[in-house]
Design a protein around this ligand. Structure first.
Ligand code: SF4
Length: 241
């Protein structure tokens, strides 16, 4: 995920996850047998509910260079289509992120998606888009200029919340965090409900994402293929009658 000489731009949204990610990368940089640099950046899309000044003070104290980027097209979008959805918003943000990372001379962009995000994306895609997929832990931008990494994939939001509280990290909430009735919120609620009775469901989902049994799914590209898993654990042969 991280290689010697990487110049990592860390996406800091002002939430508990991205600030935890930054702390984790700072700790890793001290101990890792490789060298890499860290710069934080924040895209202002007009949705923060509080001033970002405490964030600036915090990052300065942590010795992390920070770029605070007012994304003018996002402000225009907010003005002209205040009810725009997440698809449009994240498309605007992605463009801004690539512009910032390019300006910083970074070759890696780190995002603070957590285990919860992976589980939610997995269920959302399966239930609403007909795809078995979650988020890429390591990927490349389309032109391969950047490696995109999500180091917190095994870290739950229970952990990032506790961490942010313990370190009194300066959280800057986004207006969207107060939206209700979204699919994301429903899936979160469903997982939380299940977890009360089955505390390992999230862990099991993450394990399932790394343990595909392609021959027992319905993708015709794999039907009839003799995979190693199938050879080790063949389907029962039904008696002909
Ligand atoms: S939750 Fe809000 S900030 Fe996040 S992508 Fe959706 S509209 Fe944008």
């Amino acid at each position: 995920m991280i290689r010697d000489g990487d110049r990592i731009a860390v996406a800091v949204s002002g939430g508990k996850d991205s600030l935890t990610l930054l702390e984790a990368l700072l700790a890793l940089r001290q101990k890792a047998p490789i060298e890499f640099s860290l710069t934080a950046f924040t895209v202002e899309q007009g949705k923060f509910l509080r001033p970002v000044e405490p964030l600036r003070v915090h990052l300065e104290a942590r010795g992390v260079p920070w770029v605070y980027y007012h994304d003018i097209p996002s402000f225009r979008l907010l003005r002209e289509q205040p009810e725009h959805g997440c698809d449009l918003c994240s498309r605007y943000r992605r463009r801004a992120v690539y512009e910032i990372a390019s300006g910083l001379g970074a070759n890696v962009i780190a995002f603070g998606h957590t285990a919860d995000d992976f589980c939610e994306a997995f269920l959302r895609n399966a239930l609403f888009t007909g795809k078995l997929s979650a988020l890429p832990p390591v990927a490349h931008s389309r032109d391969r200029q950047f490696r995109l990494i999500r180091p917190l994939l095994y870290v739950t939001e229970e952990m990032t919340s506790a961490f942010a509280r313990a370190l009194e990290l300066p959280l800057v909430p986004c207006g969207c965090s107060q939206k209700t009735g979204t699919v994301r919120e429903r899936i979160r609620g469903m997982l939380a409900e299940l977890e009360k009775e089955y505390p390992t469901v999230k862990q099991n989902l993450l394990t399932a994402m790394g343990n595909l049994q392609l021959e027992r799914l319905l993708d015709v590209r794999y039907l009839g293929e003799q995979t190693p898993a199938m050879a080790a654990d063949p389907l029962p042969v039904l008696p002909a009658d």
